[in-house]
Design a protein around this ligand. Sequence first.
Ligand SMILES: [Zn+2]
Ligand SMILES: [Zn+2]
Ligand SMILES: [Zn+2]
Ligand SMILES: [Zn+2]
Ligand SMILES: [Zn+2]
Ligand SMILES: [Zn+2]
Length: 225
Amino acid sequence: MASGRPATHPVIHPSHNHPLRGYNAQVEDEIICSGCNQDLIGAAYKCTKSECDYFLHKLCFELPPKIRDNCHPNHLLTLLYSPPYDHSIYTCNACGEYGSGFAYNCSICQYDVHIRCVCMPESMKHDDHVHPLALVYSSPYPKGAIVTCDVCNKTISQNLWSYSCRLCNYDKHLHSCVTDEEQETCVAEEEEEEEPEDEGRIRKRDVIRVATNIASIVFGFGPLF
Ligand SMILES: [Zn+2]
Ligand SMILES: [Zn+2]
Ligand SMILES: [Zn+2]
Ligand SMILES: [Zn+2]
Ligand SMILES: [Zn+2]
Ligand SMILES: [Zn+2]
Protein backbone atom coordinates (compact mmCIF):
# COMPACT_ATOMS: atom_id res chain seq x y z
CA MET A 1 0.00 0.00 0.00
CA ALA A 2 1.37 3.38 -0.98
CA SER A 3 2.05 5.89 1.75
CA GLY A 4 -0.12 8.96 2.16
CA ARG A 5 2.14 11.14 0.02
CA PRO A 6 1.27 11.96 -3.59
CA ALA A 7 3.67 10.79 -6.30
CA THR A 8 6.62 13.12 -6.95
CA HIS A 9 7.06 12.09 -10.60
CA PRO A 10 4.67 13.48 -13.25
CA VAL A 11 1.48 11.45 -13.59
CA ILE A 12 -1.40 11.63 -16.03
CA HIS A 13 -4.95 12.02 -14.75
CA PRO A 14 -7.89 11.60 -17.17
CA SER A 15 -9.40 14.90 -16.02
CA HIS A 16 -6.57 17.04 -17.43
CA ASN A 17 -4.43 17.07 -20.56
CA HIS A 18 -1.13 18.04 -18.88
CA PRO A 19 0.84 15.83 -16.49
CA LEU A 20 0.35 16.50 -12.76
CA ARG A 21 2.84 16.27 -9.93
CA GLY A 22 2.48 15.80 -6.17
CA TYR A 23 2.22 19.04 -4.22
CA ASN A 24 1.71 20.00 -0.59
CA ALA A 25 -0.71 22.93 -0.56
CA GLN A 26 -0.36 25.49 2.23
CA VAL A 27 -3.18 27.61 3.65
CA GLU A 28 -1.55 30.79 2.29
CA ASP A 29 -1.53 29.34 -1.26
CA GLU A 30 -5.34 29.83 -1.22
CA ILE A 31 -5.83 27.08 -3.75
CA ILE A 32 -9.17 25.77 -4.93
CA CYS A 33 -9.38 22.17 -6.10
CA SER A 34 -10.34 21.95 -9.77
CA GLY A 35 -12.24 18.73 -9.03
CA CYS A 36 -14.49 19.50 -6.08
CA ASN A 37 -14.09 23.31 -6.12
CA GLN A 38 -13.33 23.41 -2.40
CA ASP A 39 -10.36 24.85 -0.54
CA LEU A 40 -7.27 22.76 -0.99
CA ILE A 41 -4.83 22.36 1.87
CA GLY A 42 -2.40 19.46 2.27
CA ALA A 43 -1.78 16.52 -0.04
CA ALA A 44 -2.53 17.54 -3.63
CA TYR A 45 -1.63 17.27 -7.28
CA LYS A 46 -0.62 20.31 -9.32
CA CYS A 47 -0.28 20.74 -13.07
CA THR A 48 3.36 20.62 -14.18
CA LYS A 49 2.83 23.56 -16.59
CA SER A 50 3.70 26.73 -14.72
CA GLU A 51 1.02 28.79 -16.48
CA CYS A 52 -1.72 26.30 -15.63
CA ASP A 53 -3.72 26.59 -12.39
CA TYR A 54 -4.99 23.04 -12.27
CA PHE A 55 -4.93 21.45 -8.81
CA LEU A 56 -6.60 18.40 -7.32
CA HIS A 57 -6.88 17.11 -3.79
CA LYS A 58 -5.00 13.84 -3.57
CA LEU A 59 -8.35 12.29 -2.65
CA CYS A 60 -10.11 13.85 -5.66
CA PHE A 61 -7.28 12.52 -7.82
CA GLU A 62 -8.01 9.05 -6.44
CA LEU A 63 -11.81 9.01 -6.72
CA PRO A 64 -13.11 5.75 -8.16
CA PRO A 65 -14.52 6.05 -11.71
CA LYS A 66 -17.74 4.29 -10.68
CA ILE A 67 -19.47 3.92 -7.33
CA ARG A 68 -22.65 2.35 -6.04
CA ASP A 69 -24.21 4.58 -3.41
CA ASN A 70 -27.29 4.30 -1.21
CA CYS A 71 -28.46 7.66 -2.56
CA HIS A 72 -29.13 6.03 -5.94
CA PRO A 73 -29.23 2.30 -5.31
CA ASN A 74 -30.48 1.06 -8.70
CA HIS A 75 -27.68 2.37 -10.91
CA LEU A 76 -23.96 2.89 -10.68
CA LEU A 77 -22.82 6.51 -10.58
CA THR A 78 -20.04 7.47 -12.97
CA LEU A 79 -17.43 10.08 -12.15
CA LEU A 80 -17.50 12.89 -14.73
CA TYR A 81 -14.63 15.35 -14.88
CA SER A 82 -16.76 18.13 -16.31
CA PRO A 83 -20.45 18.89 -15.94
CA PRO A 84 -22.87 16.64 -17.84
CA TYR A 85 -25.35 17.67 -20.56
CA ASP A 86 -22.89 19.96 -22.42
CA HIS A 87 -23.46 22.77 -19.95
CA SER A 88 -20.75 24.41 -17.90
CA ILE A 89 -22.72 23.85 -14.69
CA TYR A 90 -25.10 21.27 -13.29
CA THR A 91 -27.49 21.29 -10.34
CA CYS A 92 -26.65 18.88 -7.57
CA ASN A 93 -29.53 16.58 -6.66
CA ALA A 94 -28.28 16.39 -3.08
CA CYS A 95 -27.86 20.01 -2.01
CA GLY A 96 -29.56 21.90 -4.85
CA GLU A 97 -26.50 24.08 -5.47
CA TYR A 98 -24.77 24.48 -8.81
CA GLY A 99 -21.63 22.53 -9.55
CA SER A 100 -18.95 23.19 -12.14
CA GLY A 101 -16.31 20.59 -11.30
CA PHE A 102 -16.40 16.82 -10.98
CA ALA A 103 -19.77 15.12 -10.56
CA TYR A 104 -21.05 11.62 -9.95
CA ASN A 105 -23.70 11.09 -12.59
CA CYS A 106 -26.37 8.57 -13.55
CA SER A 107 -27.00 9.25 -17.22
CA ILE A 108 -30.16 7.11 -17.23
CA CYS A 109 -31.89 9.23 -14.59
CA GLN A 110 -29.94 12.47 -15.10
CA TYR A 111 -29.04 12.27 -11.44
CA ASP A 112 -25.98 14.35 -10.48
CA VAL A 113 -24.24 14.91 -7.19
CA HIS A 114 -21.26 16.91 -6.05
CA ILE A 115 -18.24 14.99 -4.84
CA ARG A 116 -18.62 16.81 -1.55
CA CYS A 117 -22.25 15.70 -1.18
CA VAL A 118 -21.81 12.06 -2.13
CA CYS A 119 -19.15 11.85 0.57
CA MET A 120 -21.33 13.10 3.42
CA PRO A 121 -21.55 10.49 6.21
CA GLU A 122 -24.73 8.43 6.58
CA SER A 123 -25.06 9.54 10.15
CA MET A 124 -23.53 12.42 12.04
CA LYS A 125 -23.59 14.06 15.41
CA HIS A 126 -24.52 17.72 15.58
CA ASP A 127 -23.57 19.71 18.68
CA ASP A 128 -27.11 21.06 19.02
CA HIS A 129 -28.83 17.69 19.20
CA VAL A 130 -28.52 14.77 21.58
CA HIS A 131 -29.18 11.96 19.06
CA PRO A 132 -27.19 11.05 15.97
CA LEU A 133 -28.77 12.42 12.78
CA ALA A 134 -29.40 10.16 9.80
CA LEU A 135 -28.72 11.25 6.24
CA VAL A 136 -31.99 11.16 4.27
CA TYR A 137 -32.14 11.47 0.49
CA SER A 138 -35.53 13.19 0.42
CA SER A 139 -37.93 14.53 3.02
CA PRO A 140 -38.93 11.83 5.54
CA TYR A 141 -42.25 13.64 6.08
CA PRO A 142 -45.51 13.34 4.12
CA LYS A 143 -45.55 14.99 0.70
CA GLY A 144 -46.27 18.68 0.92
CA ALA A 145 -45.12 19.05 4.53
CA ILE A 146 -42.91 22.10 4.97
CA VAL A 147 -39.74 21.19 6.81
CA THR A 148 -37.74 23.88 8.55
CA CYS A 149 -34.09 23.51 9.46
CA ASP A 150 -33.68 23.44 13.24
CA VAL A 151 -30.30 25.14 12.96
CA CYS A 152 -30.90 28.06 10.59
CA ASN A 153 -34.73 28.13 10.49
CA LYS A 154 -34.79 28.17 6.69
CA THR A 155 -36.88 25.72 4.69
CA ILE A 156 -35.40 22.40 3.62
CA SER A 157 -36.51 21.49 0.11
CA GLN A 158 -38.50 18.21 0.04
CA ASN A 159 -36.45 16.54 -2.65
CA LEU A 160 -33.03 17.44 -1.30
CA TRP A 161 -30.87 15.55 1.16
CA SER A 162 -30.89 16.50 4.81
CA TYR A 163 -30.01 15.17 8.25
CA SER A 164 -32.91 14.05 10.39
CA CYS A 165 -33.71 12.64 13.82
CA ARG A 166 -37.10 10.96 13.50
CA LEU A 167 -37.40 10.47 17.26
CA CYS A 168 -37.64 14.22 17.73
CA ASN A 169 -38.47 15.45 14.22
CA TYR A 170 -35.22 17.40 14.35
CA ASP A 171 -33.94 18.29 10.88
CA LYS A 172 -31.04 20.20 9.45
CA HIS A 173 -29.65 21.08 6.06
CA LEU A 174 -27.13 18.73 4.48
CA HIS A 175 -24.22 21.13 4.90
CA SER A 176 -23.25 23.52 7.67
CA CYS A 177 -25.86 26.16 8.26
CA VAL A 178 -24.61 29.61 9.06
CA THR A 179 -25.42 30.55 12.62
CA ASP A 180 -25.49 34.16 13.77
CA GLU A 181 -22.14 33.71 15.48
CA GLU A 182 -20.46 32.42 12.30
CA GLN A 183 -22.11 35.16 10.27
CA GLU A 184 -20.45 37.76 12.47
CA THR A 185 -17.06 36.14 11.97
CA CYS A 186 -17.60 36.13 8.20
CA VAL A 187 -18.48 39.80 8.18
CA ALA A 188 -15.47 40.65 10.28
CA GLU A 189 -13.10 38.67 8.07
CA GLU A 190 -14.45 39.68 4.70
CA GLU A 191 -15.77 43.18 5.02
CA GLU A 192 -14.92 44.17 1.47
CA GLU A 193 -16.35 41.15 -0.29
CA GLU A 194 -20.02 40.78 -1.11
CA GLU A 195 -20.77 37.28 0.08
CA PRO A 196 -23.38 35.40 -1.95
CA GLU A 197 -25.98 33.19 -0.23
CA ASP A 198 -23.92 31.53 2.43
CA GLU A 199 -25.50 28.09 2.37
CA GLY A 200 -23.00 26.69 -0.09
CA ARG A 201 -20.02 28.31 1.55
CA ILE A 202 -17.16 25.96 2.05
CA ARG A 203 -15.49 25.68 5.39
CA LYS A 204 -12.22 24.09 6.23
CA ARG A 205 -13.75 21.58 8.58
CA ASP A 206 -16.02 20.42 5.72
CA VAL A 207 -12.99 19.84 3.55
CA ILE A 208 -11.45 17.72 6.24
CA ARG A 209 -14.66 15.78 6.74
CA VAL A 210 -15.05 15.24 2.99
CA ALA A 211 -11.47 14.11 2.70
CA THR A 212 -12.01 11.67 5.52
CA ASN A 213 -15.15 10.32 3.96
CA ILE A 214 -13.64 9.98 0.52
CA ALA A 215 -10.87 8.04 2.15
CA SER A 216 -13.34 5.64 3.69
CA ILE A 217 -15.23 5.24 0.41
CA VAL A 218 -12.15 4.64 -1.65
CA PHE A 219 -10.15 2.54 0.70
CA GLY A 220 -12.71 1.25 3.14
CA PHE A 221 -10.97 2.63 6.18
CA GLY A 222 -10.64 5.77 8.23
CA PRO A 223 -8.75 9.02 7.78
CA LEU A 224 -5.52 9.02 5.83
CA PHE A 225 -4.32 12.22 7.41
ZN1 LIG B 1 -11.04 18.26 -4.44
ZN1 LIG C 1 -2.39 22.06 -16.92
ZN1 LIG D 1 -24.31 19.06 -3.70
ZN1 LIG E 1 -30.18 6.16 -12.27
ZN1 LIG F 1 -30.07 25.07 7.90
ZN1 LIG G 1 -33.46 13.41 18.46
